[in-house]
Design a protein around this ligand. Structure first.
Ligand code: GAP
Length: 438
């Protein structure tokens, strides 16, 4: 498929199958915002769950956190976001549209009206959403929606380290919404103004930053491949010195080959002791770690793998999207890793029938405590298989007239379309085993 079509195909599929809807659609949509539908919410939850499992559950050097979105405004002074979290903006004097100065075409023509050389001087535009806390809208009540989840981790460093009795190296992981007033949102859910991040701050003794930076670059690259993105669609790109954020001594992006080209999926940064030092200065709190072995205090250095739940979900969708042919007909199939698939199985009575439906419903009831399943008895069995293929359901469980006699069902696998006859009492164990194998 042509690359340009790949995004359209996924956007259409997402709408058609309840993965992602344009936000506020009945009002004509709202500026590049998107809502995850009944199927999409399952997929995105599985992506977040997979991240949490790898980053927290399977490790002995990690704890979790769920910090508030609204934080003391001083946090953003200390972090540098008020001073430097900006993009350069220009206005077209002819049509009044705004653009990022660093993204204008080389021709100097306005991308909207085509007028040449009619831009204002570039001004710095802060990307943080500003709001007011409480009933009075004055300077004293200004607050910001967090533009990254990271700062919630830094300001809780002491609380977490002391209550959980942690010694560097250890990490604090968090998943949550962040907000940025992006000037050029777009490419579906790739760049939006409200998005979810999956961030981890890994606190290490000074001098160990480089080693852990390398370690986390490799780990995070590996994670995407483990969950099904081919290596050929991924690359690790170190930032040039002039690209580095104000806090970073080194950053590498895990990039994905989106239909429009290579783009960031996750950033891994060596933030040094910048954040804890800044928060110690602005808050007056001692944020050093006391190392009993050496009898010294030090400010831990931080390695940060910062991923986006929406971008990861989009990348998994794009990588999984496939079209093949079954008996002369085009089939669209999402070849998602089974752990990410929204539904693990779908129960399908061969036809909507007063004999088959009760048995099929009993099978569904039996499976529900074990797996997220779908039940579908509308339209022909062929169409229902196609619907499940389109949302990546690994197994379709068909209840037919023989089931009433042999108490067994036919299980069809998504990728090979091979079928097995499985006794109903063995079905949970059968699915569990096949879902666990790759
Ligand atoms: N704490 C570091 C930090 O926030 P970042 O590279 O700006 O670093 C990390 O963001 C990740 O968050 C990105 O790699 C991307 O996956 C996601 N992200 C950032 N801005 C986004 C946006 N406007 N829309 C969707 N995802 C975004």
């Amino acid at each position: 498929m042509a690359k340009a079509d790949a995004l359209n195909s996924v956007v259409n599929l997402a709408k058609r199958r309840g993965l992602v809807f344009p936000s506020s659609e009945i009002y004509g949509g709202f500026r590049s915002t998107w809502d995850y539908g009944p199927v999409g919410v399952l997929l995105k939850r599985n992506v977040k769950e997979a991240w949490w499992r790898t980053m927290v559950q399977l490790r002995d050097d990690m704890v979790g956190l769920d910090a508030a979105i609204l934080m003391a405004p001083k946090v953003w002074e200390a972090s540098g976001h008020i001073a430097t979290f900006t993009d350069p903006l220009v206005d077209c004097k002819s049509c009044n549209e705004r653009f990022r100065a660093d993204q204008l075409p080389a021709s100097g023509a306005c991308p909207n009206c085509g007028a040449k050389g009619s831009f204002t001087e570039a001004r710095q535009f802060n990307l943080m959403f500003k709001t007011f806390v409480g009933p009075v809208e004055d300077d004293a009540s200004v607050a910001y929606l967090r533009p990254e989840t990271a700062q919630g981790i830094f300001v809780n460093f002491k609380n977490v380290q002391t209550t959980m009795r942690r010694k560097p190296p250890f990490g604090i992981a968090q998943i949550g919404k962040s907000f940025r007033n992006e000037i050029t949102p777009g490419n579906f859910t790739y760049r939006t103004r409200e998005f979810e991040q999956m961030e981890m701050e890994y606190f290490v003794p000074p001098g160990e930053g480089e080693r852990w930076f390398e370690y986390w670059c490799n780990e995070r690259f590996r994670w995407y491949t483990e969950y099904g993105i081919p290596e050929s669609m991924l690359r690790l790109r170190p930032h040039d010195p002039e690209e580095l954020s104000h806090y970073s001594a080194g950053t590498a992006d895990v990039e994905f080959q989106y239909p429009w080209g290579w783009g960031e999926l996750e950033g891994i940064a060596n933030r040094t002791d910048y954040d804890l030092t800044q928060h110690a200065k602005f808050s007056g709190e001692d944020l050093t770690y006391y190392d009993q072995e050496s009898g010294t205090h030090y400010v831990p250095h931080v390695i940060e793998p910062a991923a986006g739940a929406d971008r990861a979900t989009l990348a998994f969708l794009l990588a999984a999207y496939d079209e093949d042919e079954v008996r002369g007909e085009k089939r669209t199939v999402l070849r998602l890793d089974k752990r990410l698939a929204p539904y693990k199985a779908a129960v399908l009575p061969l036809s909507r029938n007063e004999k088959l439906s009760p048995t099929a419903r009993d099978v569904a009831t039996m499976l529900r405590p074990h797996f997220q399943i779908d039940y579908d008895d509308a339209s022909s069995i062929g169409k229902r298989y196609r619907r499940q293929d389109e949302v990546g359901t690994p197994f379709c469980v068909t209840v037919d007239f023989d089931s009433l006699d042999d108490n067994a069902v036919t299980v069809r696998e998504r990728d090979t379309m091979e079928q097995d006859r499985v006794p109903i009492p063995d079905l949970v164990a059968y699915l569990r085993e096949r879902l666990a194998s790759s």
